[in-house]
Design a binder for this molecule. Structure first.
Ligand code: UDP
Length: 263
């Protein structure tokens, strides 16, 4: 069984680790980067902050330049979450559809920012809307990746009652990605909310089953289970720190690794 190594909130032990084994080159060739919609809101809670999206696009470009094949799954929580709307009486399926459309809005914002700095991208939507995005077709997604285009998966899975975390797991399996990088606003998985509790402990590594048993709020259980069944590693890290995507892709041990065994 995997030993859980943890450090106190705010401790810097992780950053003292050795850099990746690949001298700055990518450790992973094909990557799914899941970005929660909140990241797009920058310091606010709602909507899209242009400067944040621009800075994020720049980081994507740098990762791309390492030679990775990069696909992104974008959330929509900065605009609309189905579960919240259903609590105030909306039909859940309709509310979730609105949530999925929110992910398309974010995806188009990111595409625009990426193309402005010369990164070739394709938005593939699970909900067909041919005037604005290609429909999601697995083989086409793979082909875009092989051609070096950044692929943005929009519209979630296309089904209500799912999340974009599950979308990331599903798409990762479909396109044979080696890892899911889950970008959040905190630097890994904690046993309590590090923003509220100074004694919260950060996990360096966890197994899928530990995440499920401890009910850690990192990804929903469907997403974790899917990764567990297919032995796909997940790295949860802080995207708000500049250069972190590149660090994690290069193999630096930042954030928390969720897998079936040791790093
Ligand atoms: N959603 C959905 N099916 C999916 C993916 C997303 O119905 O396959 C809806 C759901 O309502 C969700 C919203 O889209 O609340 C936004 O996605 P999510 O909450 O995963 O975004 P994030 O929290 O990552 O910003």
């Amino acid at each position: 069984m995997l030993v859980i190594i943890s450090v106190k909130a705010g401790q810097k032990t992780r950053s003292q680790r050795k850099p990746g084994m690949n001298n700055g080159g990518p450790k992973y060739k094909r990557i799914i980067l899941k970005v929660t919609g909140e990241v797009f809101a920058g310091t606010g809670n709602f909507g899209i902050d242009g400067a944040t999206v621009k800075a994020f696009a720049q980081e994507i470009k740098e990762v791309k330049d390492l030679g990775c094949e990069l696909a992104l799954v974008i959330g929509g929580g900065n605009i609309f979450r189905g579960a919240v709307a259903s609590e105030i009486g909306m039909d859940r399926a309709s509310a979730d559809t609105m949530g999925m459309l929110a992910t398309v809005i974010n995806s188009l914002a990111l595409q625009d920012a990426l193309e402005k700095i010369g990164v070739s991208t394709r938005v593939l939507s699970a909900i067909e809307m041919r005037q604005v995005a290609e429909p999601y077709i697995r083989r086409r997604a793979t082909r875009h990746l092989e051609k070096g285009r950044v692929v943005i998966f929009a519209g979630g899975t296309g089904n209500p009652y799912f999340t974009t975390d599950t979308t990331a797991s599903l798409r990762a399996m479909e396109v044979s990605a080696e890892v899911i990088l889950k970008a959040t606003k905190v630097d890994g998985i904690y046993d309590a909310d590090p923003l509220k509790r100074s004694d919260a402990n950060k996990f360096e590594e966890l197994t899928y089953i530990e995440v499920l048993n401890r009910e850690l709020k990192v990804m929903d259980s469907t997403a974790i289970s899917l990764c567990m069944d297919n032995q796909l590693p997940i790295i949860v890290f802080n995207i708000m720190e500049k250069g972190n995507i590149k660090r994690v892709v290069s193999g630096e041990s930042i954030g928390t690794l969720v897998s079936g065994g040791k790093r």
